[in-house]
Design a binder for this molecule. Structure first.
Ligand code: ATP
Ligand code: MG
Length: 477
C-alpha cells in the first residue's frame, strides 16, 4: 500500500452509489473518493475536481462506460482510467483497453484489491511523469548543444567530432571568439562513452593565476594560509569524464609543466600533498590565441603544444561560411521566441540579406545576440541600428573591417574571365590586400610606432616586422 498521502482524488463513475461508499470506508486514509452517478456528471467532474485517477463502470444506464472513455480521451491530460466490470463483459473489457483504459477490476471486488490497483496506477503515473521530465530535460540540453550548420566546413567538423569523440586523443579546438568551440567541446564529451560522467570546464583565462593551480589540482589542508580543509581539484572531479581547458593559451608557464606531467602520467599531487592521485580524464582544450606565436615568444611550451595537439579542430569564422547564416538566424529566432514567449515572425528577405553581407567579427555569438535582441524587442528593424551601433563598429575595427572583403575594390578590379576562377588565388589576393591596408592604417595611426601598431593589430611585434618587409611598407608609402 502507498504511504499515507493526502488528497489523492479518485473519481468513481458508477450508477451504484455503494461502490464509492465502500471504497471511501476502506481506503479513506489514502484516497479521497468523489462519485458521479452517470457519464455526463463524471465528465464534468473531471474538469471541476481534477481527479488523480478514475474508476469507471462499464455498464451504466444512459452513456456507457465505453462512451465515457471516448469523451475522456478528448480531455487534455486525462488521468488514468481503471475500468470496473461485471462477469460477462470480457469483450467490452478488451474494447476498453483498446481505447486507453489502463486496467480493469472485476466486480464484485474486495476493497483491498482496489487499493492495490490504485497504488499501482499511481506508481505508474509517477514514473510516467518522471520520464516526461527527463525527456524534457534531455530535449532542452540537446537544444543547447545544437550545432547548426550545413556548410562544407561545418559538415567536416561534425564528421571529425563523430570520429574522434570516442578516441582518447587529446583534442585542441581552435577558432576565433564565438565560433562555437565550447559547443564542440561538449559534443566531444556527450558523444563519447564518458557522457554519463562529469564534463568539467575550467577557463584558464578567467581564474587568477595564483588560484588556477589550486583549482585544477586541489590542495591539502594547511597547504597555504586559508586552506582550512582539503579540497579536490577539477581534475579529480572530472575523473572518468572530460575536462575542458578553455583558453589554454592563457595558462601560466609554471602550470603548463604540471599539466604536461598529468597528461603523460595521468597522475599528480595536490598542492601540499605527498601522495600521487591517479585520474582517468579525457582532455579537451580550446584557444583563440595563436599558439605557434606564443611558443616563439616563449609564453607557451612547445612540448605541451604537441602533446595537446593530437587532433586539432579548426572552427571556421562565420564570414567564411555565409551559407549557414540563414539557418542560424532561423534557429535563433525559434529558440528565443520559445524562450521569451515571443512571436517574432521569420525575418524579411532584406534583413536576412543584410545579415549575410555583414562580416560577423564576433561570429556566431554576435549573430545570436543580435537575433536575441530583435526577438526580445519583437522588431526586426532594430537590426540596422544594431549593425551600425558602437558595439559592432568596435567589433569591426578589431576584426579589421573584414566585411568589406566581399567587395572588389580592395584588390583591384577583378574579372574571372581574365584573372581565372581559382578561389584560393582570389582569396589570397583579397586577404593580402586587406592585411596590407590594415597594417598601413595601424602604422599611420600610431605614427609608425611599431610596438603600438602590433598591439592594435593584435599580432606579435615580430610578425609585424616581417609583414612590413613582405608588403614593402615604409613611412612614406
Ligand atoms: N553551430 C552553432 N549552432 C548554434 N549555436 C552556436 C553554434 N556555434 C556557436 N553557437 C552559439 O554561439 C555562442 C558562442 O559559442 P561558444 O561559446 O561555443 O564559442 P567559443 O568559440 O567558445 O567563443 P569564445 O572563444 O569567445 O569563448 C554560444 O551561445 C553558442 O551556443
Ligand atoms: Mg568559449
Amino acid at each position: 500500500m502507498a504511504q499515507k498521502q493526502s488528497n489523492l482524488k479518485v473519481l468513481v463513475i458508477d450508477d451504484d452509489p455503494n461502490v464509492s461508499w465502500m471504497l471511501s470506508k476502506g481506503l479513506s486514509d489514502t484516497y479521497d473518493f468523489k462519485s458521479a452517478r452517470d457519464g455526463i456528471e463524471g465528465i464534468q467532474m473531471v474538469t471541476t475536481e481534477e481527479p488523480d485517477l478514475i474508476l469507471l463502470d462499464i455498464k451504466m444506464p444512459g452513456m456507457s462506460g465505453l462512451e465515457v472513455l471516448d469523451k475522456l480521451n478528448k480531455v487534455e491530460r486525462r488521468p488514468d482510467v481503471l475500468m470496473l466490470s461485471g462477469h460477462a463483459e470480457t469483450e467490452m473489457i478488451v474494447e476498453a483497453m483498446k481505447r486507453g483504459a489502463s486496467e480493469f477490476i472485476k466486480k464484485p471486488f474486495e476493497v483491498e484489491e482496489v487499493g492495490i490497483h490504485l497504488d499501482a496506477a499511481l506508481e505508474r503515473r509517477k514514473l510516467k511523469n518522471q520520464v516526461k521530465g527527463l525527456k524534457a530535460e534531455l530535449k532542452a540540453s540537446r537544444q543547447e548543444d545544437m550545432f547548426v550548420g550545413e556548410s562544407d566546413s561545418i559538415l567536416k567538423i561534425k564528421e571529425l567530432v563523430e570520429q574522434v569523440a570516442n578516441s582518447e586523443l587529446t583534442v585542441l579546438i581552435r577558432g576565433e571568439s564565438g565560433t562555437g568551440k565550447e559547443i564542440v567541446a561538449r559534443a566531444l564529451h556527450t558523444k563519447s562513452e564518458r557522457a554519463k560522467k562529469p564534463f568539467v570546464k575550467v577557463n584558464c583565462a578567467a581564474i587568477p593565476r595564483d588560484l588556477l593551480e589550486a583549482e585544477l589540482f586541489g590542495y591539502e589542508r594547511g597547504a597555504f594560509t586559508g586552506a582550512h580543509k582539503t579540497k579536490q581539484g577539477r581534475f579529480e572531479v572530472a575523473d572518468k569524464g572530460t575536462i575542458f581547458l578553455d583558453e589554454i593559451g592563457d595558462m601560466p608557464l609554471e602550470l603548463q609543466s604540471k599539466l604536461l606531467q598529468v597528461l603523460e602520467q595521468q597522475e599528480f599531487v595536490r598542492i601540499g600533498g605527498l601522495t600521487n592521485i591517479h585520474v582517468d580524464v579525457r582532455i579537451v582544450c580550446a584557444t583563440n590565441r595563436d599558439l605557434e606565436e606564443a611558443i616563439v615568444r616563449k609564453e607557451f611550451r612547445d612540448d605541451l603544444f604537441y602533446r595537446l595537439n593530437e587532433i586539432t579542430l579548426r572552427l571556421p569564422p562565420l564570414r567564411t561560411r555565409k551559407s549557414d547564416i540563414p539557418l542560424l538566424i532561423n534557429y535563433f529566432v525559434n529558440r528565443y521566441n520559445e524562450m521569451y514567449q515571443k512571436s517574432l515572425p521569420d525575418l524579411s528577405h532584406a534583413a536576412i540579406e543584410k545579415l549575410i553581407n555583414y562580416s560577423w567579427p564576433g561570429n556566431i555569438r554576435q549573430l545570436e545576440n543580435l537575433v536575441k535582441q530583435a526577438v526580445v524587442r519583437n522588431d526586426e528593424t532594430i537590426i540596422d541600428e544594431l549593425l551600425s551601433g558602437p558595439e559592432s563598429q568596435l567589433a569591426k575595427l578589431v576584426a579589421g573591417g573584414a566585411d568589406k572583403m566581399s567587395g572588389t575594390d580592395l584588390a583591384g578590379p577583378f574579372n574571372p574571365e581574365t584573372d581565372g576562377y581559382s578561389l584560393k588565388k582570389r582569396v589570397d589576393v583579397v586577404v593580402s590586400a586587406e592585411e596590407k591596408r590594415l597594417i598601413k592604417g595601424a602604422l599611420t595611426k600610431t605614427n609608425w610606432n611599431r610596438r603600438r601598431a602590433s598591439e592594435l593589430l593584435e599580432i606579435s611585434y615580430r610578425s609585424l616586422l616581417y609583414k612590413i618587409k613582405e608588403y614593402e611598407l615604409n613611412s612614406s608609402s
